[in-house]
Design a protein around this ligand. Structure first.
Ligand code: APR
Ligand code: PHB
Length: 415
């Protein structure tokens, strides 16, 4: 059953008046309005195109701005499978780097967690920026409608007959739709449009952030190294054979301006080990930023005709590399729910969306929280430090504990 005619210009332009001005309202209709053109929104667009469901993506920034944001870079096999499904993985398979494991640095030694040996799976290192670029190009090639620099996106009647309005080049547009997908990130308008008493928030802030540096230099490390040092956490990561991404734990109130490249590399070296870091510490940074760490989930994810997905619904601290992968599984589940609704009718597939996502979200939240707790400094808590040391020793000695970490890091099934 196909419910609505799609993307039909209902009445061309019509005039309506406000108290201060007359404004032109361009009316359109589509099946799904997707708010946000990050990885969640763009991937949902491709998944819906594949199901023959039409959507319009509204993004408040320009494409260049979206592509300028430096984010994560580790894809689970399940995420790669979803990109294969929508045919947006050719470059990923060519340029992505398959990693069989990661290393954990602790007390001057490095311990390997061998994913492939332990659970028979790997992860793919491929920057979120590259994935976003691939999705944008695929959408353009498929002729999918996207509006960038859409100002003042506003949701109306999301509980009944939804409409979304926005402004572009001084003209107000109104899109009537069956559903709204809130893929607009943590600071977006969709969750903010729902009265706070309609959902529960679960939240934990951590007393530190990550200072990250991107630099064009060949990574001397073959695999990611997560280090727990007396001076705080550090991570040696990469984007390609010629580009590194490195992080150090820093205070929440710290400012990027206070971290020269020399200061960053000297701190990174002390935490990750001179033997590993020496070859990269001359490289000038091409990007440097501080991100706070937070765990956050809202329940439920569905409000009438509005669905939240990706960072709009949850945040994980980056330690487990789960943020991007959760966005992928959310929109995969949402595309299945919408497909079943349009094909078979009824509310049941839509009703199941929240619970299906939340089961996977909470497991990723648990894992990210566990990795964060084991690897960072929490000053002033001597008992916690002993627990952390003991947990890491247990991990290095126990194949069962390593298997558990590997199973979660490579990603739980999308079921
Ligand atoms: N109107 C339109 N677009 C908006 C609005 C708004 N009011 N508010 C935010 N947006 C856009 C943002 O500009 C951004 O491009 O929504 C998009 C949300 O994208 P992301 O923040 O990247 O979130 P998501 O797509 O859920 O991606 C998941 O994985 O690695 C993690 O946190 C990381 O971004 C990452 C995430
Ligand atoms: C990154 O490369 O940016 C990265 C990798 C692994 C993480 C977090 C970030 O856990």
């Amino acid at each position: 059953m196909r419910k609505s005619p799609t993307h039909v210009r209902r009445s061309g332009s019509s005039a309506s008046s406000t108290t201060s001005e007359r404004r032109v309202i361009v009316n359109t209709r589509t099946q799904v309005v997707i708010v946000g053109a990050g990885p969640a929104g763009l991937l949902l667009g491709q998944l819906l195109l594949r199901e023959g469901i039409e959507a319009i993506i509204l993004e408040r920034r320009s494409p260049e701005y979206v592509l300028g944001r430096i984010r994560a870079g580790v894809l689970e096999q399940g995420s790669v499978d979803v990109l294969d499904l929508v045919g947006v993985s050719a470059r990923l398979h060519k340029e992505g780097l398959i990693h069989d494991g990661v290393e954990i640095g602790f007390r001057g030694a490095r311990h390997r967690i061998a994913f492939k040996q332990l659970v028979g799976k790997t992860v793919t290192v491929y920057g979120q920026t590259e994935m976003t670029r691939d999705l944008m190009e695929a959408r353009t090639a498929a002729g999918g409608a996207s509006v960038y620099e859409a100002e003042d996106v506003t949701l109306h009647d999301w509980a009944g007959s939804p409409r979304v309005t926005y402004r572009k080049n001084g003209v107000t547009h109104e899109i009537a739709c069956d559903f709204i997908a809130g893929c607009d990130g943590y600071h977006g308008v969709c969750r903010a449009s729902v009265p706070a008493d309609r959902y529960k928030k679960f939240e934990r802030e951590y007393p530190f952030g990550w200072l990250g540096v991107l630099a064009d230099v060949a990574p001397p490390w073959g695999e990611l190294i997560y280090a727990n040092s007396e001076r705080g956490f550090a991570l040696a990561s990469l984007r390609s054979p010629t580009r590194v991404r490195c992080y150090v734990q820093c205070g929440v109130g710290e400012r990027v301006e206070d971290w020269s490249d020399a200061r960053f590399w000297s701190e990174f070296k002390l935490r990750i080990g001179v033997d590993v870091a020496d070859e990269v510490t001359h490289a000038p940074s091409i990007e440097k930023s501080i991100a706070p760490l937070r765990s956050f989930v809202v329940e439920p994810l569905r409000f009438g005709r509005l669905f939240l997905a990706g960072d709009a619904a949850h945040i994980v601290p980056p330690t487990g590399a789960k943020g991007l992968n959760l966005a992928v599984s959310d929109v995969f589940f949402l595309s299945e729910a919408l497909r079943d609704h349009y094909h078979e009718g009824g509310e049941q597939p839509l009703d199941q969306y929240s619970a299906r996502c939340l089961r996977r979200i909470w497991k990723a939240e648990r894992f990210s929280w566990w990795m964060t707790r084991q690897l960072h400094s929490f000053p002033g808590d001597a008992f916690a430090r002993r627990m952390q040391e003991t947990e890491l020793e247990y991990l290095f000695d126990s194949r069962a504990a390593q298997t558990s970490m590997a199973e979660n890091y490579v990603g739980l099934p999308l079921s």
